[in-house]
Design a protein around this ligand. Structure first.
Ligand code: HAM
Length: 464
């Protein structure tokens, strides 16, 4: 058996996973199951995303996973990798060409037009969380189904809108204790970009540079010259070093817009890197484009191809709404990858705050006690207590082990004797001390104890 394959099987076994080759119905390549232990990180990331989006005035929106293929061909761009190589598209039973969404923005632009959001007070600020699909080559942090947190601002042409997006992105990672740097550039408007592209083409015409370009870049020279700048091939990286920079070709209004964005970022002390090679791989952008890159602990570029592991990216797209059949509306937005975020939190071992919910475990012994305990559980749940149970088990030992596992602060144990006496046994799960309390006074007693216990509890530091 080849060594790599053997190693993969060993790795899978070590992680408790059955090697894919042994399974009759393994999951598809590039797709991911999120199991119990990982889910707490997802909860945390979703909570942070939702909280920040709301603080900055964004409202949540949801769109269908399936849309017309044309939507992406037009909005994302037919010549982009996403549409030309990576889209999951098919013909449905009515003969309609449809696609699993490869990104959120086109669907959100569609909703703005379809639901007449132009008539709402502007700007319209929306946020979106959900899965997207790209048939890319799977590797660490790159999946075929992945989730994005996406924010869009429609109807605001000011540089402040760009800055708000960058601010949310920056705060999101900072508050999850992930060090990031913003990579930023301006690709101008149609007019200044046209002039720049001419300069760029002239540059590549000089002294046989064109012949040295990689196969893809030779094609880009004709189809999409801007993308020569973010090619990952070494020879193309070397060639571009002396290429003219687009910021030197911006018209007055684009330059003014970009300077204001940078001034605000300075003011807010958001670390950024002016990256003249950042052009983004989607067709709709103009003016500000940006990406969020993780910063390595050693501050160096130890991670290969950091753009490939970008945590997020976005920019302005002032012409898309009109291009999609709507009224002219300035817009900007960004999307960030949830899987990559979770991966970093886990890789860096950033501790999670302990679940400090005040769980009360209700245990029972005997059939009659079980019936009463089940009612007690419902009553306490309705009164707002965080109750937990394991009514399917008879053994008290198994029930108290479960109480420990969920981190219950107290267990209430109901047995035959307590049933007769109108009492219940209360066990402090930390000290193991048990005492008998009056069944009728359970709620008042528990409220008092929990509030006293909370006064003594402190949350862990340096955790998220
Ligand atoms: P994007 O740069 O294509 O932009 O994707 C945004 C983020 O999604 C990336 O920075 C990365 O974190 C994550 N991502 C992309 N591909 C994968 C993958 N195969 N596996 C895991 N994560 C991935 C957009 O999608 C634009 N719609 C963003 C935007 C919104 N621009 C304006 N508004």
């Amino acid at each position: 058996m080849p060594r790599r394959k053997k190693m993969k099987i060993e790795e899978a076994k070590a992680g408790g996973e059955r090697p894919r080759g042994q399974l009759k119905y393994p999951r598809l390549r590039g797709m991911k199951d999120i199991l119990f232990d990982e889910y707490k990180y997802w909860d945390l990331v979703y909570k942070k995303a939702t909280e920040l989006a709301r603080v900055y005035g964004f409202k949540r929106i949801e769109t269908p996973i399936l849309e017309r293929l044309e939507l992406y061909e037009r909005a994302t761009g037919k010549s982009t990798d996403i549409v030309s190589k990576e889209m999951y598209s098919f013909v449905d039973k009515n003969g309609e060409k449809v696609a699993l969404r490869p990104e959120a923005t086109p669907g959100l632009v569609r909703t703005y037009i379809e639901h007449g959001m132009l008539n709402l007070p502007q700007p319209v600020k929306m946020f979106w969380l959900g899965p997207v699909f790209r048939h890319d080559k799977p590797q660490a942090g790159r999946y075929r189904q992945f989730n994005q947190f996406d924010l869009e601002i429609f109807g605001d042409a000011t540089p402040i809108a760009d800055v708000i997006l960058i601010l949310v992105a920056y705060n999101f990672f900072r508050e999850l204790q992930i060090a990031v740097q913003i990579q930023i550039n301006s690709i101008g408007c149609k007019e200044c970009r046209e002039q720049y592209i001419e300069k760029l083409l002239n540059f590549y015409k000089e002294r046989g540079k064109r012949a040295k370009l990689c196969y893809d870049c030779k094609k880009r020279l004709v189809k999409n010259p801007l993308r020569l700048l973010d090619c990952k091939e070494e020879v193309c990286i070397k060639l571009r070093e002396d290429a003219p920079q687009i910021v030197d070709s911006l018209c007055d209004s684009c330059r003014d817009h970009f300077i204001k964005v940078l001034e605000y970022l300075d003011e807010l002390e958001i670390p950024y890197n002016l990256n003249p090679y950042l052009v983004r791989g989607l067709d709709y952008y103009n003016r500000t484009v940006f990406e969020v890159w993780p910063v390595e602990e050693d501050g160096e570029k130890s991670r290969e191809n950091r753009a490939q592991s970008a945590l997020g990216g976005g920019g302005r797209y002032d012409n898309l709404m009109e291009y999609m059949g709507g009224r002219e509306t300035p817009a900007c937005g960004f999307g960030l990858g949830i899987e990559r975020t979770v991966l970093l939190i886990r890789e860096k071992n950033i501790p999670l705050k302990k679940d400090d919910e005040d769980y009360i475990f209700i245990a029972q012994l005997g059939e009659q006690a079980r019936r009463k305990a089940m009612n007690l559980f419902e009553e306490m749940r309705r009164s707002g207590f965080k109750v937990r149970q394991l009514f399917t088990k008879d053994s008290l030992k198994a029930q108290l082990e479960e109480a420990d596992r969920v981190g219950a602060k107290y267990s209430l144990i109901l047995g035959q004797k307590e049933l007769m006496d109108g009492t219940i046994l209360l066990r402090d799960m930390e000290s193991g001390i048990q005492e008998v309390i009056d069944y009728k006074k359970i709620n008042a007693d528990m409220e008092k104890r929990l509030s006293e216990k909370n006064k003594q509890t402190k949350n862990g530091e340096n955790s998220v």
